[in-house]
Design a protein around this ligand. Structure first.
Ligand SMILES: [Zn+2]
Length: 397
């Protein structure tokens, strides 16, 4: 008779002769989280099918129909969409301490705060970013005092290259680009010089610039000429003056050239003067689709026009864009704009398990542009469950 220790030693020894793959096969395949029965949309693989998603150790480990193994937690997603966690590249969520959690509940597992603060008070948004559950970064406003009702850079001395550079150098982990708001009520006649300075700052750190376009004093082609590969134009559907499309329905050649050299064009919903249905119709008809959708999220926007990211996405369903395409604009496409999101925006096996479970409801829904014009749609996306780094974080009722 062997005693217990001898038995264990013999058993362990015996196990060493077993081929390694069989050892793994004998292990119980238990997952941390299983998302069952939803329509999985993974644009990175052009995948759109009813499937289960298995998650362990914060990563996607398997996508298959009918995964039968047990899991510590299961989410019933039947009748719902299972998308990669949403990435919103234009928000102002770091202006309020509850911003990141509110966005997370809407399915947003990564975001960029686009210019809420300038050099003088960048520490305030960084402090909130440090408490955010999801990965987030910020663009520094080239106006050193941030967003001002009288216009961020109406006083040109506020576009302070030295101050911005110093603030970035102190905060390289959080500041990933420079924001230049250029419309006539923000920069006035300074728009070109403000952008030139923003680019001077960004280029020295090899960072992108995001411009807020539309209703500028300088013609758009003059401004676009200053943009380099990787820069972003937000509010791409801004109405004239200085829209991206001319009166005859042609996209400006300088806009097409900018896209060709790698400038991204972003929706940027917002609330004030940034888009009309008429311009969206004409631009889409001309075949110039957005690279990304974003909300321009603020607390005020939660109660009007913007509401949440799924609502903003729904506007493009109403415009006839297929749901896979809409999802791609807010996941894989958005992940390409900033290094912090590299490897995110997908449900590929091995990717971080950030997931937005959304409900696509049929009904009569009204959507509004920034000028009070309405559009009626028959489908609308609602946030349902968010998974961040493999953990279920919020459930909407
Ligand atoms: Zn904004």
């Amino acid at each position: 008779m062997m005693n217990r220790r001898q038995f264990l030693r013999a058993a362990t020894g015996a196990a060493m002769f077993v081929r390694i793959p069989n050892i793994f096969a004998a292990m119980p395949s238990k997952y941390d989280l299983l998302i069952k029965g939803g329509r999985v949309i993974n644009p990175a693989r052009k995948f759109n099918a009813v499937s289960d998603v298995a998650i362990s150790n914060g990563r996607i480990v398997k996508i298959e129909s009918n995964i039968s193994a047990d899991a510590a937690e299961t989410i019933d997603a039947s009748g719902k969409l299972v998308a990669p966690g949403l990435i919103d590249i234009h928000v102002h969520a770091l202006r309020v301490k509850e911003g990141p959690a509110l966005c997370l509940a809407d399915g947003v597992t990564g975001f960029i705060d686009a210019g809420s603060q300038g050099a003088d008070r960048i520490g305030e948004v960084i402090a909130i970013a440090k408490t955010a559950p999801q990965p987030c970064r910020m663009l520094i406003n080239i106006g050193r005092a941030g967003i001002l009702t009288e216009g961020d850079t109406m006083d040109l001395s506020r576009a302070d290259v030295g101050a911005a550079r110093e603030a970035i150098a102190r905060n390289r982990d959080f500041v990933v680009g420079v924001k230049a708001r250029l419309s006539r009520d923000v920069a006035g006649p300074n728009d070109f010089e403000v952008l030139r300075r923003a680019q001077e700052v960004a280029s020295s750190f090899k960072m992108p610039v995001m411009i807020h376009m539309g209703q500028t004093i300088s013609p758009l082609p003059k401004l676009l000429a200053l943009l380099k590969r990787g820069d972003i134009v937000t509010h791409m559907f801004a109405p004239p003056p200085n829209s991206i499309i001319d009166d005859d329905g042609h996209i400006l050649p300088e806009v097409i050239a900018a896209r060709k050299r790698g400038v991204w064009f972003d929706f940027g919903n917002g609330r004030n003067g940034h888009f009309t249905w008429e311009i969206v119709d004409r631009v889409l008809k001309a075949g110039f689709l957005p690279d990304t959708l974003s909300t321009d999220w603020t607390l005020e926007g939660r109660t009007a026009q913007v509401f949440d990211f799924p609502n903003v996405m729904s506007k493009f369903l109403t415009l006839g864009m297929p749901v896979d395409r809409v999802v791609s604009l807010v996941t894989i496409n958005a992940s390409r704009d900033f290094d912090v999101f590299r490897g995110r925006g997908t449900l590929n096996v091995g990717a971080p398990a950030d997931v937005a479970v959304l409900e696509l409801k049929e009904g009569a829904f009204e959507f509004v542009d920034n000028f009070g014009n309405t559009r009626n749609g028959s489908q609308k996306l609602f946030p349902s469950v968010t998974v961040l780094a493999g953990k279920k974080v919020t459930t909407h009722a």
